[in-house]
Design a protein around this ligand. Structure first.
Ligand code: PMP
Length: 392
């Protein structure tokens, strides 16, 4: 009898998540590791949101919602988008879709826009899902090398554009680098895409986590949506309100695109989880500034700890620092992470997010005390004096 594997599509075989699995396995052997690898917030979901979700379940909001999302949440998101970035959903040509996480929005967008023979430009380093969107939809993923400053600028994207390019995907604040692009950089990228008839997709899942040095002219997270409505804006609730498992996000953009994404949502995810939608109706009214300020202090700690020891990305947002393994150690990001495990600290090697293996990603979504100890251990490992002990 043949093994069932012969049934698998090339599409399935082409998606490789070994890097991510390897990163999780690295820490799995430790009892009480200092875990700086997790990309999810360490704060509680705000009480009013939890209460609203529980009440929704108890009051019977357990059935399907409309494909595009429940009316009350759609109204809340529309009101929010009117303030930031100033979009008027339902007026003119702009539409909105409540999605199953930001990943849901990404997947639907690629299903609608990409097919074999076309190309999509994504940053390198990238969020792990981005390269997989290629095999899943047939598109060729073209990576835009953003080293060493990790800025996906129009100058870097322009030479990669061909007549097959359909999509440019930008992520700011970025995972895994925390870099936040400036207003003018995003405007130039928007203008470039517009002039070439390419859809710009902006993954802004970390928009709330923009620290004082990353804020744009409007005093909020810079977005290309301030310059054009001819793009797809993807945002989420998971990171912002600490509810990544609720699988909640939204997509906004031109109605011709959103209606096609809604069609595929209807035949796949059907709708975002009903009780989570109900829970998040009042979310935009909750003041999250204490959380953001606490994360900014942690970001400062990351910068301070590695100052003079290693190059750290200009993390003005999200909750990651991308730290270069000092050249004098003569080892890769993966090798450094293996050594870190021996010191009870879990971080992710850069090659999980990149074609290169020169960095490590540190998540500071971790309680202050543990973070402090973990950072000191990592910085100590990077000092020249420690070099001889690394091989032990
Ligand atoms: N985009 C980026 C840049 C991310 O880091 C993540 C989550 N780590 C996602 C999208 C997916 O978010 P969600 O959990 O809402 O699907």
């Amino acid at each position: 009898m043949t093994t069932p594997e012969h049934l698998l599509t090339d599409r399935a075989k082409c998606v490789d998540c070994s890097g991510v699995r390897r990163a999780f396995q690295l820490g799995a052997t430790l009892d009480d590791p200092i875990n700086l690898s997790i990309g999810q917030p360490d704060f509680e979901v705000p009480e009013p949101i939890r209460r609203a979700a529980i009440e929704a379940i108890e009051q019977g909001r357990n059935g399907y919602t409309l494909t595009g999302g429940a009316d009350d949440l759609r109204a809340a998101v529309s009101a929010h988008l009117r303030k930031d970035p100033g979009w008027r959903i339902g007026e003119g040509d702009l539409e909105l879709l409540i999605t199953s996480g930001t990943s849901g929005g990404l997947f639907l967008a690629f299903l609608v826009l990409c097919e074999p023979g076309c190309e999509a430009i994504v940053p390198d380093p990238y969020f792990v899902i981005y390269p997989a969107l290629g095999p899943m939809t047939g598109a060729t993923i073209v990576t835009c090398d953003t080293y060493p400053d990790f800025r996906m600028t129009a100058e870097r994207v322009e030479p990669l554009i061909t007549e097959r390019t359909r999509v440019v995907l930008v992520n700011s604040p970025a995972n895994p680098t925390g870099v936040v692009l400036r207003d003018d950089e995003l405007r130039d990228l928007a203008e470039l895409c517009q002039s070439r008839g390419i859809m710009l997709i902006s993954d802004e899942i970390y928009d709330l986590f923009t620290y004082s040095n990353g804020l744009g002219d409007a005093g909020t997270c810079p977005s290309p949506a301030r310059w054009t409505e001819n793009m797809l804006l993807l945002r989420g609730f998971g990171k912002t309100y600490g509810c990544t498992g609720w699988r909640m996000g939204y997509a906004a953009g031109p109605s011709w695109l959103i209606s096609e994404m809604a069609k595929f949502q209807q035949y796949s995810f059907v709708c975002a989880p009903s009780m989570a939608q109900a829970g998040l109706v009042g979310a935009f009214d909750i003041d999250m500034s204490d959380v953001v300020n606490a994360f900014e202090r942690r970001r400062d700690l990351v910068k301070e700890t590695f100052a003079g020891i290693a190059n750290v990305s200009d993390c003005a947002g999200a909750f990651y620092g991308f730290v270069e393994v000092p050249e004098h150690l003569g080892i890769t990001g993966t090798e450094f992470c293996e050594h870190a495990i021996k010191h009870n600290v879990v971080v992710i090697p850069g090659d999980v997010f990149s074609d290169r293996d020169t960095h490590i990603r540190i998540s500071f979504a971790c309680p202050d005390e543990k973070l402090k100890v973990g950072l000191e251990i990592l910085a100590d490992m990077m000092l020249p004096a420690r070099e001889p002990t690394l091989g032990s």
